[in-house]
Design a protein. Sequence first.
Length: 83
Amino acid sequence: MSAWPLAVSIAYPVCIGWLLILLAADGLHYGTLATGTVIPEDVAEAGWMVSSLLLGAAALHSSAGRHSWRKTRRGCPGSDCRS
């Protein structure tokens, strides 16, 4: 297994998918405006809706609130430490 925990590795690809689909939908929409070609607007709108769903899924995933990269202080294991 890699250095990233499995739960964290689920949320990051969803965020990357959100970004790629959003950029593709924007590129399709603005590309058609720049070139004057005609495509149904539903294609770009579907891309925007799917990207919103992916962003919501990544935000609501259980790994979104975890901070696995934080190190605990010495002599204070886990979340028992208070700043």
